[in-house]
Design a protein around this ligand. Structure first.
Ligand SMILES: CC(C)(COP(=O)(O)OP(=O)(O)OC[C@H]1O[C@@H](n2cnc3c(N)ncnc32)[C@H](O)[C@@H]1OP(=O)(O)O)[C@@H](O)C(=O)NCCC(=O)NCCS
Length: 145
């Protein structure tokens, strides 16, 4: 499944240099990823971890920005969502400005972690991303040893 968010960068989204404020992009990333996670799990979800938030290129006032969110990996009660962010020019060219990975945990009605159907990777790219996600999970979980 693909969940997208498209936005024109408005004055309230930029800093004094008319560049997109990083915290605003983080909020959009968290929201589009959460919608993708909820659509997959069909439950409420909570953000458990965010990683690899690198700002590769700037985005400016009046740019069109697009965020693409896709589930890459599922565990028992958690899943990873990848969010790629692009700036689209008026001529239609796009430039990637960010790639982020967010882990969500599915919650039941009492706010406890709950299971949901697994994501089954279908394409070669999805299978590769799944195995990269397993490596990312191993690194994340090491942080808690
Ligand atoms: C995320 C949270 C629900 C996990 O609760 P918990 O009691 O640790 O639950 P569990 O130990 O059963 O773990 C549940 C799943 O989350 C995963 N998980 C927990 N913490 C994680 C972390 N920091 N990074 C990645 N995965 C994590 C576990 O591996 C497990 O996955 P699995 O079922 O697919 O194997 C709990 O830590 C929490 O509520 N955190 C605050 C979340 C929040 O408020 N987010 C908003 C941002 S401020």
């Amino acid at each position: 499944m693909l969940t997208q968010h498209v936005q024109i960068i408005l004055p309230q989204h930029v800093n004094a240099s008319n560049r997109l404020f990083g915290g605003q992009l983080m909020a959009w990333i968290d929201i589009v990823a959460a919608v993708e996670a909820r659509r997959h799990a069909h439950t409420e979800v909570t953000t458990a971890a965010v990683d690899n938030l690198q700002f590769i290129h700037p985005a400016y006032l009046n740019d069109t920005i697009r965020l693409d969110a896709q589930v890459t990996w599922t565990g028992r009660t958690s899943m990873e969502v990848r969010v790629d962010t692009y700036v689209e020019s008026l001529s239609g060219e796009e430039r990637q400005v960010n790639c982020a990975f967010i882990v969500f945990v599915a919650l039941d009605a009492s706010g406890k972690p709950t299971t949901f159907p697994a994501f089954i990777p279908q394409t070669e790219e999805e299978r590769k991303e799944w195995s990269r996600a397993e490596e990312r999970r191993a690194i994340r979980m090491k942080g808690f040893e």
